[in-house]
Design a protein around this ligand. Sequence first.
Ligand SMILES: Cc1cc2nc3c(=O)[nH]c(=O)nc-3n(C[C@H](O)[C@H](O)[C@H](O)COP(=O)(O)O)c2cc1C
Length: 407
Amino acid sequence: MSRNILVGVGGGIAAYKTCEIVRGLTRSGARVRVAPTPAALRFVGAPTWEALSHAPVETDVFARVDEVLHVELGQWADLILIAPATADLLSRSAAGRADDLLTASLLASRAPVLAAPAMHTAMWENPATAANIQTLRDRGWEFLGPVSGALTGADSGMGRMFDPESIVERALATGRPQDLRGRRIVVTAGGTHEDIDPVRFIGNRSSGRQGIAVAEAARDRGAEVTLIAAHVDAPLPAGVHLVQALSAERLQRSVHEACVGADALVMVAAVCDYRPTRPGAHKLKKHDLGETTSLELTVTPDILAGLTASAERPPVVVGFAAETASGAALERLGTGKRRAKGCDLLVANDVTDGVFGTDENHALLLAADAPPLELHGHKREVADGLLDAVTALLERQSTSTQKEPLS
Ligand SMILES: Cc1cc2nc3c(=O)[nH]c(=O)nc-3n(C[C@H](O)[C@H](O)[C@H](O)COP(=O)(O)O)c2cc1C
């Protein structure tokens, strides 16, 4: 489920941090539009917001009048995030003013509002601001921060904007069904590297983005997430327990450790099938190797099959398979792999067109007792589609356990 998030930016110095927030939201698959106040544009210009959100940006309620933009924006948004929420913006919102595009859109919207105030300590502690915050809270606004720290100028104290990464995390979770609350989910991501010598390795093209999207989606649905990351070329998420496991051997150990007491394992990481049998302790020299050389490889452990056959097997196990096949052939290969690995669900990817390193994916979700389901779109959407199936399986298992007669 992709989300429409309207980011309102107030005229505070923290506006530059909101650039990172917009990037984080779009990277996670949200559709973002930005409505800066006129004062905010004195800190960060419209071209920056347009480039980061991939959407046109206006600040004036009289812009593009034929589209009645404030109503259109207000109805389009399923969440309004205000960062930074300045003292002035809070005051205008509490008074119900509508004198720029952002405040008019706020009034024209029924979407939940999440606001991250940022201002000098004296402004924050002023009774006028406190009263405005209370009024807005009573109307259902949710506030993140502020926190204590260095402020603009020489002062420090309460008034610093909440950490941008955590704002992204909370915005993505707001309004989402918390259907994984109380569940522990282990996710692996990225590709392992197997050392040839201290400078060279065997690796694969996995970027880790799909695994990271699964971890973020599970976190946003309320799960306690452990993300075991091999080599990834995407930012790691906040709000999850991170474990680094760069080789197949390390990944195997980490998966077994993390799966104790877990409800589900989603094994997205691409594990090298082979590793050099005798990795060099020192850099191998070309002049010692000659014109041609060969490398002896040893098969790495089958982590998924080993885990499903072990005592640590969580109730739901999901495997991923990258194949260069499509249609019926992909389904056949994926189904064979699902059975061979002993997992409940398998996501079969056709990687022929280059899925690695992009934000989009298309895959077949294969289960034992359901027809194949096509998952496609942003990797976050694929992650949510997969987690719908994981949630359904977990619920079914809880129900059948409850129904078991007491002996
Ligand atoms: C350098 C500078 C930094 C400012 N930082 C803040 C701030 O962090 N928080 C705040 O509430 N106002 C801050 N202000 C004041 C606001 O820009 C001013 O109140 C403005 O009217 C806010 O308009 P807006 O809320 O419509 O964006 C700052 C002003 C300047 C010149």
